[in-house]
Design a protein around this ligand. Structure first.
Ligand code: AMP
Length: 217
């Protein structure tokens, strides 16, 4: 199964992708996670990306397209993949189309999580991320078992710079301007599935799985 999860920051793409990965045994490909890994290693790409990410901007298309192009050729993508946070612009969607045609891996579906922007701002400011393993928590919806500490590895939980309120507002604006047009792009290709992203995590997951089974049958 080859799918894209589409939705604004905080819509729950990462959480849903991780659950789909377990269920279907296919990798979650998150450009945000890969860029954060580059930031951690302080590679030249990481140093360049950090400034843009901290301000809530978009890393240049050629960089993210290159990262995804390389990642899709790994052995674990044979059975499929879940793209999370990519594509984010029409140019990225066009490049992805070319890459997938080259690899003969056409998309099965694009799941679009429908959410309310004000609720998202609240969701994002409550997010906490483990400095060591990158696992995400939410103070209200998915709290860690011990305050301030990762339930998986015990690492310290932090508020990501790009989850601060003014950065979030900028990210939402960029989403509306650059990423939201992808809904029409994929609707025109007959791939778009709308799912209500405001329900609780497991209800959203069920809705996605049901919609996917419909689109694959
Ligand atoms: P995310 O974890 O998906 O919210 O991504 C965090 C940040 O990484 C974004 O705010 C962007 O600065 C950058 N980023 C992630 N994916 C992309 C992408 N497909 N295109 C451009 N920038 C991206």
């Amino acid at each position: 199964m080859k799918i894209i999860l589409l939705g604004p920051p905080g819509a729950g793409k990462g959480t849903q992708a991780a659950m789909l990965m377990e269920r279907f045994g296919i990798p979650q490909i998150s450009t945000g996670d890969m860029l954060r890994a580059a930031v951690q290693t302080q590679s030249s790409l990481g140093v360049k990306a950090k400034k843009i990410m901290d301000a809530g901007g978009l890393v240049p298309d050629d960089i993210v397209v290159g990262i995804v192009h390389d990642r899709l050729q790994f052995e674990d993508c044979q059975k499929g993949f879940i793209l999370d946070g990519f594509p984010r612009t029409l140019a990225q969607a066009d490049s992805l189309k070319q890459v997938l045609a080259e690899l003969d891996k056409p998309l099965d579906a694009v799941v679009s999580l429908q959410v309310d922007i004000d609720a998202l701002v609240a969701r994002l400011t409550g997010r906490r991320t483990c400095v060591d393993c990158g696992k995400g928590f939410h103070l209200q919806y998915d709290p860690p078992t011990q305050d301030g500490l990762c339930s998986v590895c015990g690492g310290r939980l932090i508020l990501r710079d790009d989850d601060r309120e003014e950065t979030i507002r900028n990210r939402m604006k960029i989403y509306q301007e650059q990423t939201a047009p992808l809904e029409d792009y994929y609707r025109a290709e007959g791939l778009l599935i709308d799912v209500d992203g405001m329900a609780d995590i497991s209800t959203v997951q069920q809705a996605i799985v049901m919609a996917l089974s419909g689109s694959l049958s």
